[in-house]
Design a protein. Structure first.
Length: 287
């Protein structure tokens, strides 16, 4: 059970851990270990670079927030995500690749959990290292990876959601997800895949939305993704909502809400919203 704050209401998103995780800085992209005794998120102070912060639950008390030990010495890190097994911590970084003195893009790195904690991170292998931008990578229980990237020459507003299937421990070539998810809009990004791949949540800016980027959800029905639905006014506002994740126990939806200059991490009970939207999706498919 999360003990950083009182549980949120089921019908209204509220700021998460105000004053400790959510501060006057710009916070987004939060992730927990399966036991929910360790948390990582991104913080950006005014006029500063992104950095990954962490806290641990020790003898029933949370430690003070601090930067991760593997903080980039050159470049910056952001958007941590832990896989469902709790064995890998993925994150994006502009730090130089090994055997290089300068950065050549935004790559995904990962740290492995061992008996002594988290290892020094290494870049995610091919086909990911071959791309100049791989952003907000999440993993399913099968090890399939979902993330944001684009074709050469694309502007950030044209990037969309891609995936790479894990076959016997080897990642297959990346492939763009279909039009049910990547339909009209800009800034289609930050996909969170359910551990069992039953749903995908991401953000996008669309004319039919609430204002800025909104959160959308698509359901996997017998191997086919349904057309993504706006997650509604309980989640979305005229501000920007982005970078969704769901707690390992599947009880809470976390996301960033804010504007260009400041914003916090919010949370809300997830299951009532999910049930309502899944019902709506099934009804839509019957029309």
């Amino acid at each position: 059970m999360i003990s950083l704050s009182q549980s949120p209401a089921y019908d209204e998103a509220v700021i998460f851990s105000e004053g400790k995780i959510s501060t006057d800085a710009f916070e987004f992209a939060i992730t927990f270990t399966p036991a929910m005794d360790e948390v990582f998120w991104t913080r950006r102070q005014p006029d500063s670079n992104n950095e990954i912060m962490t806290m641990q639950l020790v003898e029933g008390h949370w430690t003070d927030p601090e930067p991760v030990f593997f903080k980039a010495k050159s470049g910056w890190d952001f958007e941590p995500q832990i896989n469902p097994q709790g064995t890998r911590l993925f994150f994006g970084s502009t730090r130089p690749l090994p055997d290089s003195s300068t950065s050549n893009g935004l790559h995904q790195w990962y740290s492995v959990r061992n008996l002594n904690g988290w290892s020094n991170p290494v870049p995610l292998e091919s086909p990911f290292i071959d791309e100049s931008v791989i952003m907000y990578l999440t993993s399913s229980e099968k090890g399939n990876l979902f993330f944001t990237t684009g074709e050469k020459g694309d502007k950030p507003e044209d990037w969309v959601i891609y995936q790479s299937i894990n076959q016997e421990g080897k990642y297959q070539p990346i492939e763009r997800m279909g039009s049910a998810i990547n339909f009209e809009g800009k800034y289609i990004a930050h996909s969170y895949i359910a551990p069992d791949e039953s749903y995908l949540i991401y953000d996008a800016k669309r004319d039919s939305g609430q204002g800025g980027s909104d959160l959308y959800i698509s359901f996997n029905r017998k191997g086919h993704w349904t057309k993504a639905l706006n997650m509604g006014p309980q989640v979305n506002t005229p501000l920007t909502e982005m970078c969704p994740s769901v707690s390992p126990d599947q009880k809470y939806l976390f996301f960033h809400r804010g504007d260009e200059n400041k914003g916090n991490i919010y949370w809300i009970e997830f299951q009532p919203i999910k049930a309502q939207l899944e019902f709506q999706s099934k009804n839509n498919s019957k029309k």
